[in-house]
Design a protein around this ligand. Structure first.
Ligand code: FE2
Length: 366
């Protein structure tokens, strides 16, 4: 699709909002462990009665951590059902009304009608639709806004920061959906949002001796938004996608991939600050160069840090995955550095899923 006849042009990821049990402590985690900077805050002090939010940012990645202050609220309900997780994947658009109308016309389910909010910095227009599970896409039009985040929020300066670790933008965000639902949601992105399928993996591509899954990668017109959609596949044992669905009580965001220009620096810092990563067996590094050819990085350092490598026709990529970042084995992060490659690390799937199975075994959920 050319960008001209894209009925839903998207400039990028605007923010990712998490509903969590304790937003203040979650914000501290992202600041301390991942090097996000404090940006904005809303809560009792700004007139909210039922919830509190903290906004943190690193380069183009903006996270909002939100908790309920009351027993009964949509945030409390969400947290009770799903644990900590992604509620809103906000998409930055030039025209929120049009984005909403185009998707509603094609059958989207409304989350929030178009709404204009104003403060001394200007105005923001938002409108939201549901995607898989209880997850929401919020269209955010901020071309007439100059404030720190959005009306209703004030600048947040807790007097504490840590250096950034070099995370730059959201590369892709993966959704886990239920049995036989991958095609339903691939079609949702295609028909309602004008996305195209750029890759498809079947259970032969993504399987180990014990578990399997399938995946389709959907991309918007200009390629800035990429949403792989996973569903479980039959295997001898319970796959990581089923484990996710059990603990999350349904479909939701499985991982957020954040890009860096220097994965060795980024991952070294994250290690130092206590972020835990999945480890593949050391033997992975015995054959990796045969598979991917010459790379700029020193293999020993990659091995030490547990960074994986894969190559496609256009170049190579380096990637690593954290363990789940909350109590339930649900959401985790990927750190990725692309050196030409536009793919998702197919060559690493097997080693990776075996590493996840080891973790599942320890949790008793394999
Ligand atoms: Fe990924």
């Amino acid at each position: 699709m050319s960008e001209n006849n894209d009925f839903l042009p998207i400039d990028g990821t605007d923010f990712v909002e998490f509903y969590v049990g304790n937003a203040l402590q979650a914000a501290y985690y992202y600041i301390t462990a991942f090097g996000f900077q404090p940006v904005a805050h809303a809560g009792l002090e700004t007139g909210l009665q039922d919830r509190v939010s903290y906004v943190v940012q690193q380069d183009k990645i903006r996270f909002v951590l939100t908790s309920s202050l009351v027993q009964d609220s949509p945030v409390a309900e969400h947290n009770k059902l799903h644990g900590d997780g992604v509620k809103i994947v906000a998409l930055w658009v030039d025209d929120a009304h049009k984005s909403f109308d185009e998707t509603m016309l094609r059958g989207a389910k409304v989350y929030s009608e178009p709404k204009t909010e104003r403060d001394e910095y200007g105005e923001i227009v938002t409108a939201g639709i549901y995607t898989y599970g209880e997850t929401v896409h919020l269209f955010v039009e901020r071309k007439n806004y100059k404030g720190p985040f959005r009306p209703g929020f004030v600048k947040w300066n807790p007097g504490y920061t840590q250096p950034r670790v070099g995370l730059k933008y959201v590369d892709h965000m993966v959704g886990n959906v239920g049995w036989n639902e991958m095609n339903v949601w691939a079609k949702f992105y295609q028909d309602l949002m004008g996305f195209k399928q750029i890759v498809s993996f079947d259970d032969k591509d993504i399987s180990t001796e014990y578990t399997a899954l399938m995946s389709k990668v959907m991309s918007n017109g200009n390629g800035r938004i990429k949403f792989p959609i996973n569903e479980p596949a039959e295997g001898k044992k319970k796959s990581q996608v089923e484990e996710y669905l059990d603990f999350y009580n349904g479909a939701g965001v499985q991982h957020v991939a954040m890009a860096t220009d220097n994965i060795i620096h980024t991952v070294s810092e994250l290690h130092k600050r206590g972020v835990e990563f999945l480890r593949v067996p050391g033997t992975y590094y015995d054959t990796v160069i045969d598979r991917v050819g010459v790379i700029d990085e020193e293999l020993l350092i990659l091995k030490e840090l547990g960074i994986l490598v894969d190559r496609d026709d256009e170049g190579y990529l380096l990637q690593i995955f954290t363990k789940p970042v909350q109590d339930r084995p649900t959401l985790f992060y990927e750190i990725i550095q692309r050196k030409g490659a536009k793919s998702f690390g197919k060559g690493n799937f097997k080693a990776l899923f075996e590493a996840i199975e080891d973790e599942q075994k320890r949790r008793g959920t394999l």
